[in-house]
Design a protein. Sequence first.
Length: 202
Amino acid sequence: MASKRKRKMQLKASRAIDDKMKVRRANFNDNLWRFGLPILTVLVLLTAIFLVFIYEPGNPQPEEWTLEEADTGEMYSSKDYYFDDKLTLVEFFHSDCPHCQNQAPVLKEINGNYSAVINMFSIGGYKMGAGNLDSKSDIASFKFKYHNSQWPHLYDSSGDLMRDYDFSSYPSMALVKNNEIVYHHSGGLTYEQLSSEIDKYL
């Protein structure tokens, strides 16, 4: 009899605990709907305000490269130029591109006036049209014919680097400082336009 009575008391206590848990769950669900939804709405609004009015994404980081100079065979690495406080101008070009040929006098003048304070590279080895692929000798010839051999002209044997910088037309230029792309442009630029961008980051 005592054992039966004990089991009844245990069952009664278990039911009481279950009832308390049901009440707590119900209260929790009520509070969740009462307070959780407004809190979630406020958090979403605060996030939207932050993204629209406050957050400023950093400049993209450039793809690294190690490339051969088309004329001299010397190897150049972006690691030797991108990670310091000195500005680096990178031009992507094709030797048969009329716009690249027209851009040449501007780049020569930029090099003449800024070579002491910026690094400068022209990079080729890309296609123009269906199958007009620049070779190393094409780049070397362009260097002497249009740029008077004044700065390194590098050969991208993979043909991928220009695309890695999100460029698809010639000429295209990027300014890199402290391993960030601070300026990004496709198409020709006048001396005034390009020098103005350079001056911003010196």
